[in-house]
Design a protein around this ligand. Structure first.
Ligand code: PMM
Length: 286
């Protein structure tokens, strides 16, 4: 997608947010792990998500689920680069979900047009300088620690204020490294060193994140706090695939409160929810 097309999409309150379709090329992601470990199956899934209405496919080769251990850079690149090449060849815009500058560079060289760094530049000190040089948009997510130890960092005074303050520091470092202001997207990082209460507070406080002055991405899709919300009478959490309607509702509500990017697994349901919102705004006019 060209920069101008993307801008047209994410600046219009009527057309609504840019939708990123999640494509985890990992054996162990919490909701879709293992399904797309083979490159051709992953490419076919990315093309399907694009047809469902994803503007961009977010390709990740390293699981970030709570407790996950890291994979090597070679392993990560071996997983994602063939998939990115295949999607780009099929005309599908791609984002690379990585914490490594070297993987980001290789992915952009293969045609990826966004870098999605869940560590907000903290895991690899050369990430921001690399992205500045590559001159692509970067999602700077709020993050405190790697997945194997993030749960012990889920402590906040006022989670919205703390996340805004910490993201402000990350953005400051990105700008200092030469990342263009127009290339910065921020993300509260739902579920990353956050429990359910923190996630709901961040969604409720979304306008305070929007007030930072950067487009905001929300990634609530299939996350554990939705499983807990939708638990059965015995308290068993809803399984990840049963969380897609809840995710779609969050997509519409988040768009209403100013989110400009949504990262979801079930693109079709989110696009439907956004169409309902659009019809609501326009009174049903096309
Ligand atoms: N969540 C996950 C992975 N990458 N990227 C951004 N920007 N925001 C998120 O909330 C986010 C992310 C974890 O979810 P997954 O295992 O379903 O990909």
């Amino acid at each position: 997608m060209s920069q101008s097309a993307d801008e047209a999409l994410h600046r219009s309150p009527v057309l609504g947010p840019v939708v990123f379709g999640v494509l985890n090329v990992t054996p162990d992601s919490f909701s879709d792990g293992g399904k797309f470990a083979d490159a051709s199956a992953a490419i076919a899934e990315g093309v399907r998500l694009h047809r469902d209405g994803a503007h961009v496919i977010d390709v990740g080769g390293e699981s970030t689920r709570p407790g996950a251990v890291r994979v090597s850079a070679d392993e990560e690149c071996g997983r994602v680069l063939p998939v990115i090449e295949g999607l780009v060849a099929a005309g599908v815009p791609v984002s690379i979900d990585t914490m490594r500058a070297s993987t980001a560079r290789a992915a952009v060289n293969c045609g990826a047009s966004y870098v999605n760094d869940v560590s907000g530049g903290l895991a690899d000190e050369s990430m921001f300088a690399t992205v500045a040089e590559l001159n692509v948009p970067i999602i700077v997510m709020h993050w405190r620690a790697h997945s194997h130890e993030m749960e012990k960092w889920a402590q906040y005074d006022d989670v919205v204020m703390d996340v805004v303050n910490e993201l402000t520091l990350r953005v400051r470092d990105a700008l200092a490294a030469g990342v263009a202001r127009a290339n910065i997207i921020v993300d509260p990082g739902l579920g990353f060193a956050k429990d359910a209460e923190h996630n709901w507070a961040l969604l409720r406080g979304l306008p305070r994140l929007v007030a930072m002055g950067f487009p905001v991405m929300v990634g609530a899709s299939r996350k554990r706090f939705l499983g807990a919300l939708l638990a059965d009478d015995e308290g068993n959490p809803r399984d990840p695939f049963g969380r897609d309607e809840a995710t779609a509702v969050i997509s519409a509500l988040a768009a209403e409160r100013g989110a400009r990017y949504l990262r979801v697994h079930d693109v079709a349901r989110t696009r439907d929810a956004l169409r309902v919102r659009q019809a609501w705004i326009t009174g049903g006019q096309a």
